[in-house]
Design a protein around this ligand. Structure first.
Ligand SMILES: [Zn+2]
Length: 204
């Protein structure tokens, strides 16, 4: 799924605080947003492994949620929502496409790494690949409650996330063509700095 879809899921997760502690909702929403984005910061190094922890984030997130319920402060809520959002991101990557340059081809059997069992979880492909039309539909669906619930900065951020998702989904396959063109022109010594999956697919 797109990073923006994960972020919007995180926003929705943070919004659950509206039901119990509405004064903490803005903090929880931002924590959810950043927690939803966070795992994909490993994009350039061990993507879907280095910062993706489907099992450990879930265990830590559940424990932190318990702490936040017992001691509801800005920080306990923020940390719990952040980690839970990263957990949902890591788990939901298993329902998307595989780790490959053209995930719509469906050739990879690696969706997300399970550090607990020490193996890759295969992709279920309910969302065939990040930026697929169904991924965009999901992003819109997840964004709708937030657009209705909030105004101001949060509503604007959610709308921007939807627009970014739309552009990404529209250009998804052309982006790979552009990347292929670029990588083909990069001097060999620089290839060390390019993620393996680009180099492997193009240069060999
Ligand atoms: Zn991810």
């Amino acid at each position: 799924m797109m990073a923006t879809t994960h972020a919007l899921v995180g926003v929705l997760l943070g919004s659950a605080t509206l039901l119990v502690a509405p004064e903490l909702a803005p903090v929880a929403v931002f924590a959810g947003l950043f927690g939803g984005l966070f795992p994909d910061f490993d994009l350039y190094s061990g993507h879907r492994k280095t910062l993706h922890f489907p099992v450990y984030y879930s265990i830590a997130g559940s424990a932190l949620l318990g702490v936040a319920v017992l001691v509801p402060t800005v920080w306990t809520i923020a940390v719990a929502v952040f980690v839970l959002s990263a957990a949902v991101h890591s788990i939901s990557d298993a329902f998307g496409g595989g780790l490959e340059l053209k995930p719509w081809l469906g050739e990879s059997e690696r969706a997300v790494y399970d550090h607990f069992r020490g193996r890759w979880i295969p992709p279920r492909r309910w969302i065939r690949y990040d930026g697929a039309p169904e991924d965009f539909v999901l992003a819109v669906f997840v964004a709708l409650p937030s657009i209705v619930l909030y105004d101001g900065v949060i509503q604007t951020l959610v709308i921007v996330a939807v627009l970014v998702s739309a552009v990404y989904a529209l250009l998804r396959k052309q982006l790979v063509v552009a990347a292929e063109w670029l990588v083909g022109r990069i001097p060999a010594p620089m290839l060390d700095y390019i993620p393996d999956r680009f180099v492997r697919d193009f240069v060999q």
